[in-house]
Design a protein around this ligand. Structure first.
Ligand code: NAG
Ligand code: NAG
Ligand code: NAG
Ligand code: NAG
Ligand code: NAG
Ligand code: NAG
Length: 500
């Protein structure tokens, strides 16, 4: 199987960024031994970023480590990985590498935030080490950008789904609403193709083919040569996307597998990236039901959303769905929503709140305040004659960076196998069949890969069941709102190890 070497975007063949080498495109064996490439000049993490000087108190140090941009072609130049270490607190047995997920999460911030905790959880005998992957944080090449400024970004997407989100009443099962949604396919296809061209032309564009998880796995193996020269086995603990990176590492380097822990991965390497959204939200409504049930059980006085002590989780869920509907009606009626959240924004907010159950005890305050803001607006609307277009006020946001898309799409199957319409289909399918509450949202990570201007020069797409030097530990929990248990099970089943 060979990757197409040209991506047609709006009829034009892109230049530098998609100059994929056909021979390299899919899982080349690559350099068989990975050497240690450079020294690390350790210093205060505050030298990297003043906000990181908290590392001094924690005995965490930072530095840079050089690796080839392209592991199969040294002539391309080098990448400089930002690395952080929290040293073992007991007799040192080796290194425990980690990755916090995303893709696009910073390994430096992970060590600063959780290094001591990971050290305790792994017995204190390992140096806890992580790094900003290519395209992330303080590594060079850093986060890809596609717009010159926030204003440039706002102008480009003004009035589109990118800013309005998916505005609906109820769930996305109503034929007219679905039809209205599909009426945006052409516009979003043009916008994302244009985005792809901008990303390719930007200064960061020429580095896009060198971002991705296969290179990330090689970078870790090279780092291991620095930390534990001559030691065959590499220890690694990956969470979320970090499990995908780990799954790629163990299958690319089966004889280098030491103590490895993986959890529910965000799986995306084999099918077109548009096909993963339904998996991602498999358990999100269940997670929300957990919040709603907890709220109902806490009772009146403890959870602000409880109206009577015999309220059930279903009553709380209905209350929230009614709020979405009210917000939608207010927007349609022309209310000024600039000081509150539209239903699309509120849905997105609650989706991200599902990631952190430890904060759920404060979520009722947020929803209660939201209800009050909507009621105040509703009370004020006497004249609803002035219906206005749904595209509401332009956002004054800063320009986003695209590290997540660069890695996710860079690892993904070829652009030609996906369309914008597939992305719309994924949202409608997930809304109708998997997650009525959180399926209807714009911004699904795999949906712009059809227009992403590059794929990684090396991608690992299997096999996934290599015989490993040591068994890996796979862990997963139910009602995980973003990386469901079934993904952990799938990974364990695929690799042939029983699920712990
Ligand atoms: C800090 O880390 C170094 C190893 O880099 C170690 O020798 C030292 O004991 C550590 N200090 C504290 C206070 O833990
Ligand atoms: C991390 O460790 C600190 C200090 O021991 C502790 O207070 C905190 O609860 C831990 N955090 C997690 C997420 O375990
Ligand atoms: C979607 O909304 C309709 C109308 O309110 C309702 O009958 C249906 O049960 C909902 N579907 C799901 C899956 O919640
Ligand atoms: C719920 O409790 C209220 C009083 O708090 C009572 O009026 C109502 O009948 C109860 N409803 C059910 C279904 O038990
Ligand atoms: C109600 O409408 C008036 C006039 O449009 C406006 O000045 C006021 O801020 C509004 N109040 C709220 C709570 O939106
Ligand atoms: C992608 O498309 C090519 C032909 O254009 C096909 O050979 C390949 O199997 C497709 N890959 C996937 C994962 O669908």
């Amino acid at each position: 199987m060979v990757a197409s070497s040209t991506f047609l975007l709006g009829g034009a063949v892109l230049g530098a960024a998609n100059a994929l080498s056909v021979a390299n495109a899919l899982s080349v064996p690559g350099p068989s031994t990975i050497r240690r490439d450079s020294e690390i000049d350790w210093s205060s993490c505050g030298d990297m970023n003043s906000q990181y000087s908290i590392g001094d108190k924690l005995n965490i140090s930072c530095g840079y480590y050089e690796v080839p941009l392209d592991w199969a072609d040294e002539s391309v130049g080098t990448a400089k990985l930002a690395v952080a270490i929290y040293p073992a607190t007991k007799q040192r047995w080796g290194t425990m590498f980690g990755n916090p997920g995303g893709p696009g999460g910073s390994g430096i911030e992970y060590v600063l935030g959780y290094g001591p905790n990971i050290s305790v959880m792994t017995g204190g005998h390992y140096d806890v080490v992580s790094w900003d992957p290519r395209g992330v944080g303080h590594t060079t090449p850093g986060p890809p950008s596609c717009f010159d400024s926030g204003a440039d970004y706002s102008d480009y997407f003004d009035g589109t789904l990118e800013f309005t989100g998916l505005e609906i009443r109820g769930n996305l099962t109503d034929g007219n609403q679905i039809q209205e949604f599909y009426s945006h396919v052409g516009e979003m296809e043009r916008k994302y193709k244009g985005l792809g061209k901008r990303c390719a032309k930007a200064d960061s564009g020429k580095y896009l083919p060198y971002l991705g998880s296969a290179a990330g796995a090689r970078d870790m193996v090279s780092l291991a040569e620095y930390f534990d020269p001559g030691v065959q086995e590499i220890n690694y603990w990956g969470v979320s996307y970090g499990s995908m990176l780990g799954f790629i590492f163990v299958n690319m380097f089966p004889d280098r597998v030491g103590h490895v822990i993986l959890d529910d991965p965000i799986l995306y390497a084999n099918k077109p990236t548009t096909q993963y959204f339904a998996d991602d939200v498999e358990a999100t409504d269940e997670a929300f039901a957990g919040f709603a049930t907890g709220c109902a059980m806490a009772g009146k006085g403890s959870c602000k959303l409880v109206q009577s002590n015999n309220d059930t989780g279903a009553d709380i869920t209905k209350l929230v769905q009614d709020l979405f509907d009210l917000a939608h009606e207010l927007l349609e009626a022309g209310a000024d929503m600039s000081e509150t959240l539209t239903s699309a924004q509120a849905r997105q907010y609650l989706y991200s709140a599902m990631y952190t159950p430890s904060q759920w005890s404060k979520l009722d305050d947020f929803i209660y305040a939201y209800a009050q803001s909507l009621e105040a607006l509703a009370a004020n609307i006497t004249d609803t004659s002035g219906k206005r277009e749904l595209a509401h006020a332009k956002r004054d946001s800063s320009a986003p960076t695209y590290e997540l898309q660069a890695i996710y799409c860079g690892d993904g199957v070829d652009a030609g196998n996906m369309t914008m319409r597939d992305g719309f289909d994924a949202i409608v399918y997930a809304s109708e069949n998997v997650s009525p509450m959180f399926g209807p949202q714009w911004g699904v990570q795999g949906n712009l890969c059809f227009a992403w201007p590059a794929r990684a020069v090396e991608r690992y797409t299997g096999p996934w069941n290599k015989k490993l030097k040591n068994p890996i530990l796979v862990i997963g929990n139910t009602a995980d709102p973003v990386t469901p248990f079934q993904n952990a099970k799938l990974m364990a089943d695929t690799s042939g190890y029983p699920l712990a």
